[in-house]
Design a protein around this ligand. Structure first.
Ligand SMILES: [Zn+2]
Length: 146
């Protein structure tokens, strides 16, 4: 009877849980992105939620029956997230986004989300901002600098 408190020992000993969770999350899209939203992916929705003129990262998707946002695809603008989102109207019902101070920060965040979430609509790795030699913080797709 005195051993009851030890009853769960071992059952939950999973120090590698983050790996398991990542594997589990792959293939579905409920992982928390840290982006702001969701907002309706309409001209008015963008107008209300987004300021122009900044680099940014966005996720397009839809809400499920529980009201949770399911990400279909990710994208980025190196110059104006608002203008870019306007071009995406029709590619989902809702969007989330975040601003960044620089194209480098936006690029690195997009890379991290790409690797974490593996959105079904992103078949290729995010590209680098034009004219830069930035590298992905998560993989070596762009090679190692000497
Ligand atoms: Zn990468």
């Amino acid at each position: 009877m005195a051993r009851l408190n030890n009853g769960d020992d071992g059952a939950d000993g999973r120090p590698s849980a983050p790996y398991l969770r990542l594997a589990y999350v792959r293939g579905q899209t409920m992982k928390h992105s840290g982006l702001t939203g969701p907002f309706p992916l309409t001209f008015e929705g963008i107008e209300d939620a987004v300021k122009g003129g900044s680099p940014g990262v966005y996720a397009l998707g839809s809400k499920d029956l529980q009201g949770r946002f399911a990400i279909m695809s990710l994208g980025r603008s190196d110059a104006d997230i608002k203008e870019r989102l306007r071009e995406c109207i029709g590619a989902g019902t809702h969007f989330k986004f975040d601003y960044f101070q620089s194209e480098r920060e936006a690029f690195e965040r997009e890379c991290e989300l790409f690797h974490d979430i593996r959105p079904p609509g992103n078949f290729v790795h995010p590209g680098r901002p034009k004219g830069t030699t930035l590298r992905c913080p998560r993989c070596r797709i762009f090679g190692q600098q000497p």
